[in-house]
Design a protein around this ligand. Sequence first.
Ligand code: ATP
Ligand code: MG
Length: 390
Amino acid sequence: MKSPILPGATLGVMGGGQLGRMFAQAAQRLGYGTAVLDPDPQSPAGQVSHHHIQTDYLDEQGLAELIRRSAAITTEFENVPAPALLTLGAHRPVAPAADAVAIAQDRAREKAHFTRCGVRCAPYAVIETAAQLAAAGGELLPGILKTARLGYDGKGQIRVTTRADLAAAWDEFRNLPCVLEKMLPLRAEYSVIVARGSNGAVVNFPPQLNLHRGGILAVTEVYKGNLPVALAKQAITATESIAEGLRYVGVLCVEFFVLQDDSLIVNEMAPRPHNSGHYTIDACDLSQFDLQVRAMTGLPMVQPRQHSPAIMLNLLGDLWFDGRGKARMPDWPGVLALPGAHLHLYGKPDARPGRKMGHLTLTGADVASVAATARQAARILGLPDIESAG
Ligand code: ATP
Ligand code: MG
């Protein structure tokens, strides 16, 4: 066993978004310094880090500075260029490693990995050539054509019903490599977050029930009974085997569908902390960011415990505008008057519709009271009512 990288050292992170910010805050609580590489001078993580290296992700000098400053390096966004991670990995421990990130960046490789691990995904076909397009069978229609790379928040996806739709959609994606997935009858969507240390120890959070609006995560609900026990076990075991199969080090999130017939299907994975895990900061004794710090430094991996049921509401830039598009400030004092309200704002200077500006986690003694405060918070903020809570 290598000895751990102890507090006092500096930890580097590729990317300066909100995930990097919450990672830096967790690292700093343990007494680590942090260095962030992100070209944006106002990046959320850059604002709170000891060092902010403002260069492009492939800039040689920027990467050299990150190596010089950091004892170990992680990444906070999925599409960090693979060559950058390889450069960093040649000089410092990098978690997750470049090869695991490369698989998660490519839907075709990702699905092949799920299948290798014995975890069922939606029926699909890889479409990289005109011949593959022509052969893509009718049994996958109606379906969703997804670009193999660089999709997020529902971008890079087109729903298709006919072969003509499919051909048009592939043209719209300029014939880039894609996967065509069969459209499945979803009952609900869940995610599971695990963290795996370099010694192979794996710990997990409970399955998170996720509601999306407009292709973007809107609400996450985590409480006992949000998923039947057998399915919860199955989802956790599947996530662990996906992490094991990658010899993964760090925090990994896997998204699942539960179908109308109650079967479990894996959707995709994110090689990093995840939006659906933000509630762990306020509702668990260790957060997903704490575990990222522990995994990358070789500190002990301890099973986290959720001490409170939680509902998280994503706060998108839309809330900064009234119905007529006039700028306004959300009613923070109103929200903060609610018991068990934990407001997180990411310090982004300008609000835009669809932009993740912050999140609000509600915790409480029982699901019913958390659901009641979440509904109140939604009303105060002007969010749609939360139908499924509790
Ligand atoms: P994100 O990065 O925000 O998680 P994404 O852009 O990577 O999203 P996916 O997670 O693949 O895209 O899909 C977005 C949403 O589309 C899913 O959460 C689900 O609601 C729906 N969806 C995706 N694939 C299918 C499918 N095969 N059948 C039914 N619905 C699907
Ligand atoms: Mg997704």
